[in-house]
Design a protein around this ligand. Structure first.
Ligand SMILES: Cc1cc2nc3c(=O)[nH]c(=O)nc-3n(C[C@H](O)[C@H](O)[C@H](O)COP(=O)(O)OP(=O)(O)OC[C@H]3O[C@@H](n4cnc5c(N)ncnc54)[C@H](O)[C@@H]3O)c2cc1C
Length: 612
């Protein structure tokens, strides 16, 4: 704890007006305690390394060093190649500090209005109260985008369906009452620290809750672009992407989760600036289509909507599945799918107290998401297909900030508000104006010490904008016990990222930005002329990247050699095991994928119910 406090004091010196280090450390600790052991060890090693360097260079422990010595040490660690480790530590400190600073405001904004809708009726049983052995017709593992729609189809077809979910249920009252950091650490897998290993390392956040990642996603809704859906159908032989059927299911999904364009009334200045910048250079832009009717612009999508406005599947498809008879077991981690003589016979899971729970069924649908699914299949003895875990796309995302003379307050309004599609088809670059929950967007703020503190003080005057690139399938999920993700950024994708940075900067400058921070080691720019020169110095591998849309690790299609899953969702090599999550998508959808996953998973559920 004291090492964490010392490093908090190095990043945010109390002598220069920074927060009480022990307070930051105690909040950060709540997040660290949710991280897997390996991440905790990584942070511990970094802390020990900084301490050792402090003793070697200053003769003092970090806690006893002066503010300028502490700042100098951090810079030295970065220069010695420790930037990725230091960034991880800095993210924890800044997230804890930001969430804590704004906790009261987050609570006040989140409870200003009555929820847009009450929590719906759902049959959710805590794992501790579920019998140790039971049986049913069909089990769906995972209650996210894919699992919810597959389960609804199975239950509506009359099958006694049990949905097994590792995460917990987050009701609107629970969301409103919890500290923002506990929302973050509680709803994200591994306290929000999942990463893809590579150069650069890439954050890969995943949800873990009843409703899966849809509980904390941004609510943006795109149908798969026509060329992508056509390729899935024609080149990969994915029957579930047959255009007419897919269109029917997409329409049903959109109606179920309530998709409509974001309202200008709550859009917020961050989104308006993106619209103004795009209009000034004649680029196509519009408020994004979202599943958030009744959105109040609380800008808290990423830590669970406090207004029940964003239509995650816990508010629609899951209750509809329950209405048709499905039951949800929450807090049960499936250890393995059980099979006998090549046929599914059920699942074995473990409760938080370690007790084993077995559920028998002849039909098991795996919907744990593109990262966990390959590992679950491997530890079930079902991971023999050589392409399982390969073919991972993550739709890499990056962002920039831009200073304005006015107050932008990018944490007020719709979190992900405006889309700019000018370079989408031609370059695979999709720009989306994206703020962050109050205080929680600070993690990518550059600098250390007093410089960092003054930047945090000026955060309200900076707009935030992000972009994603349609990537090559450059990643792979290893491991059986738990997933280990590697991702090697392809050369062509480096170029796309540079295009994305330049395009976002152009939009911000056209909107009247006084300065734009590009990241990636490039200098701050103040004009188009400076932008051209700065782009020469951009090192894409130094950008902060995140992948919010993993897909493709159990690709579905007609080629038994290429696709571990058949065109309707059956896992090859076993009877009665189906897959219904992001891992099915044969290639990067190039857009935010939840609608695609939901529609295809609904098709898997229908097929599994009718042709076991
Ligand atoms: C911050 C963020 C913002 C995003 N914004 C958008 C957006 O605006 N629009 C969009 O289209 N997409 C968005 N996405 C992506 C989108 O939410 C996901 O692509 C989608 O939810 C994936 O669906 P899925 O069914 O594959 O998995 P998930 O929705 O992740 O569901 C998988 C579920 O399985 C559970 N599970 C895993 N392993 C086990 C196990 N062993 N036993 C039991 N349960 C298990 C998990 O806990 C989880 O609840 C965003 C993602 C993130 C992280």
């Amino acid at each position: 704890m004291s090492a964490l406090g010392d490093v908090a004091a190095a990043f945010l010196p109390p002598e220069a007006g920074g927060p009480e280090p022990e307070r930051v450390a105690s909040v950060a600790r709540r997040m660290v305690s949710r991280m897997p052991g390996v991440s905790q060890v990584g942070l511990g090693v970094t802390l020990a390394g900084i301490e050792a360097l402090s003793l070697a260079r200053t003769g003092r422990t970090l806690g006893a060093a002066s503010p300028s010595q502490r700042e100098g040490l951090l810079k030295q660690v970065a220069r010695l190649g420790g930037s990725p480790a230091l960034d991880a530590l800095k993210s924890v400190v800044l997230l804890a500090h930001g969430a804590d600073t704004f906790a009261a405001e987050i609570a006040a904004v989140g409870s200003r209005h009555e929820p847009a809708r009450p929590d719906p009726q759902m049959t959710v049983v805590a794992a501790a109260e579920w019998p140790r052995t039971s049986s049913c017709d069909a089990i769906v593992i995972g209650s996210g985008a894919g699992g919810a729609f597959a389960a609804r189809a199975l239950a509506r077809a009359g099958l006694d369906t049990v949905i097994v979910e590792e995460g917990e249920r987050w009701t609107v009252d629970r969301i409103r009452a919890a500290h923002p950091l506990d929302r973050f650490a509680g709803i994200y897998r591994d306290g929000g620290t999942t990463m893809a290993v590579g150069n650069p390392p890439i954050a890969l956040p995943l949800g873990r809750a009843v409703g899966g990642t849809t509980v904390i996603n941004s609510g943006t809704c795109f149908r798969p672009p026509a060329p992508v859906a056509t390729a899935w159908h024609e080149q990969h032989g994915l029957a579930l992407a047959e255009p007419e059927q897919l269109a029917v299911r997409l329409t049903d999904v959109e109606e179920t989760i309530g998709v409509a364009p974001a309202s200008m009334e709550v859009l917020g200045r961050n989104g308006e600036l993106a619209l103004e910048g795009a209009a000034a250079i004649d680029w196509r832009s519009a408020p994004l289509r979202r599943n958030a009717s009744g959105c109040r612009g609380a800008c808290q999508c990423a830590i669970g909507c406090p207004n029940n406005a964003k239509g995650g599947v816990h508010l629609n498809a899951l209750p509809q599945a329950c209405e048709a008879g499905a039951r949800i077991v929450a807090g049960l981690r499936v250890k393995r799918v059980m099979s006998e003589n090549g046929r599914a016979v059920g699942v074995a899971g473990s409760r938080a107290d370690g007790a084993e729970v077995r559920i028998s069924a002849p039909l098991v649908v795996v919907a744990t998401g593109a990262v966990p699914t390959p590992s679950l299949l491997r530890r079930s003895g079902l991971g023999r297909h050589p392409r399982l875990g390969r073919n991972l796309s993550i739709h890499p995302a990056t962002g920039i900030t831009a200073g304005f003379e006015e107050e932008v307050v990018p944490w007020s309004g719709v979190m992900q508000s405006v889309g700019i599609e000018e370079l989408h088809e031609s370059e695979g670059v999709l720009i989306e104006a994206t703020g962050s929950p109050p205080g929680m967007g600070a993690i990518s703020t550059p600098g250390y010490g007093s410089h960092l503190l003054s930047r945090l003080d000026r955060a309200a005057g900076r707009a935030m904008i992000g972009a994603m690139i349609a990537d090559e399938p450059s990643g792979r999920v290893f491991g059986a016990r738990s997933p280990i993700v590697s991702y090697r950024l392809a050369k062509a994708d480096e170029g796309r990222l540079a295009t994305a940075i330049e395009a976002m900067a152009r939009v911000m400058l056209a909107a009247g930005a006084t300065d734009v921070e590009l990241g990636g080691g490039a200098p701050v720019v103040r004009s188009e002329a400076e932008l051209k020169a700065a782009m020469q110095r951009l090192d894409v591998r130094r950008l902060r990247l995140a992948g919010f849309h993993p897909s493709g690790t159990a690709a579905a299609g007609s080629d038994p050699a290429r696709h571990p899953v058949d065109p309707e969702g059956r896992l090859r090599g076993v009877t009665g095991v189906w897959v219904a999550d992001g891992s099915l998508l044969p290639s990067c959808p190039g857009v935010n994928p939840q609608i695609s996953i939901m529609a295809i998973a609904a098709g898997v559920g229908e097929a599994a119910a009718s042709k076991p």
